[in-house]
Design a protein around this ligand. Structure first.
Ligand SMILES: Cc1cc2nc3c(=O)[nH]c(=O)nc-3n(C[C@H](O)[C@H](O)[C@H](O)COP(=O)(O)OP(=O)(O)OC[C@H]3O[C@@H](n4cnc5c(N)ncnc54)[C@H](O)[C@@H]3O)c2cc1C
Length: 354
């Protein structure tokens, strides 16, 4: 069986690793000339680790990533709630902090060990797709036919566009920002800190991604300038802004091509689920191809996507809305979750599932 994976982000690499774990070779092509040193996603959910265990690659993630067992929520720099998962059933089932480039690096190394090498600096230019076959024209002027293609080519997926699959949704106004920093002073690498401030409910999130490195995210355009919490920053590795789109492809399959990851859905990073959802698509797409049951793929994964997009959108609204009712509801929920154990556990179960 000839299989092509378009894009070597976390989704494409997970699809290739899934195939490799079943002893199936594929081609995986990437438009960039080399792996990215930058990170967008920083959170890996326990459900993703479960999936990676079945592929035999979870160990490296567990060794390197930061288990985020505590969450400190503040309002105007004063503690509103504290969630501590060190002594409960979630102790070893918490989100893990790891820069996306390391997630990609671990998967790439595992793939290489199984004999599959990402072909960098090679783009898919054109796809001719029928129910019988797919013909692909690459940027180096070569062409090849494939039995199946997994399109993991990101939010701007040219595969999705060529197949004329609609990607309806909205683009939110305004920009959010991130900064990746090395810490010079005291820092708890197990603790996520969320500080909400201002009338419009702006926020700063500090999330450990290495022992002395953190991701700062903000609902403003300058994460560092608007941070109110004291944090002893030694070095700023990168800063950036991004816009949030909330979109989902109308179908995840056309002929012999399956969409996965951001090519199929996108939403705000609140809750840290986007990459995890894409990696779950990837496992499902590759498994469906190997097992010969692709017919259910689009319906099943679209449903999973709808659920994550909806929950993420509710969380984003509650965290960042200036609406007094939404704010009151959010604070009440946070207070209840931190003080009532069954609610705390119900929240954790929801959060860590993808
Ligand atoms: C600021 C920010 C923070 C985030 N934080 C989190 C988080 O904490 N947790 C989480 O789960 N998610 C998070 N996300 C979302 C996450 O980054 C994405 O969901 C994830 O990167 C999607 O992976 P992907 O492989 O589907 O797409 P991408 O990572 O975009 O990879 C697609 C790849 O395809 C390649 N490509 C495109 N077209 C072609 C072509 N024609 N031929 C060959 N190659 C091609 C591209 O070069 C690219 O490398 C965050 C997003 C942002 C913006």
């Amino acid at each position: 069986m000839d299989i092509l994976i378009v894009g070597a982000g976390p989704t494409g690499l997970t699809a290739a690793t899934t195939l490799a774990s079943r002893g199936i070779a594929c081609r995986i092509v990437e438009r960039k000339s080399e792996p990215s040193e930058l990170s967008r996603a920083v959170g890996i959910m326990p459900a993703t680790i479960d999936a990676l265990k079945t592929l035999g690659v979870a160990e490296a993630f567990l060794e390197e990533a930061m288990p985020l067992r505590k969450m400190h929520i503040l309002r105007d720099e004063r503690t509103l709630a504290y969630l501590d998962n060190r002594g409960n059933e979630f102790k070893n089932r918490v989100p893990l902090g790891l820069p996306q480039n390391r997630t990609e690096g671990i998967l790439r190394d595992a793939l290489l060990e199984k004999g599959t090498k990402v072909e960098y600096d090679l783009s898919v230019n054109t796809i001719i797709s029928t129910s019988e076959k797919t013909e692909v024209h690459f940027s180096d002027n070569t062409r090849a036919e494939f039995d199946w293609i997994i399109a993991a080519d990101g939010i701007q997926s040219s595969t999705r566009k060529q197949l004329q699959i609609q990607y309806p949704g909205i683009d939110l106004p305004g920009k959010w920002s991130i900064a990746d920093v090395d810490l010079a002073g005291d820092f708890d690498p197990e603790e996520i800190t969320l500080d909400l401030y201002g009338r419009d409910n702006q926020f700063t999130l500090i999330l450990p991604i290495e022992k002395r490195r953190a991701r700062i995210a903000s609902s403003t355009e300058d994460a560092l300038a608007n941070m109110k919490l004291p944090l002893n920053i030694g070095n700023v590795r990168r800063t950036g802004t991004f816009q949030i789109s909330i979109r989902q492809a109308e179908t995840y399959r056309k002929n012999r091509i399956l969409l996965a990851g951001d090519a199929a859905h996108c939403h705000s990073p609140v809750g840290g689920k986007g990459m995890n959802l894409g990696m779950a698509d990837a496992v499902a797409a590759a498994t469906a191809i190997v097992n010969g049951n692709v017919d259910q793929y689009s319906e099943v994964r679209r449903k999973a996507g709808i659920s994550v997009v909806r929950k993420t959108e509710i969380a984003r609204y509650l965290i960042s809305s200036g609406n007094p009712l939404a704010k009151a509801f959010f604070w009440l929920s946070v207070k209840s979750i931190s003080s009532i154990t069954p609610l705390h556990h119900a929240f954790m179960k929801q959060w860590i599932s993808v």
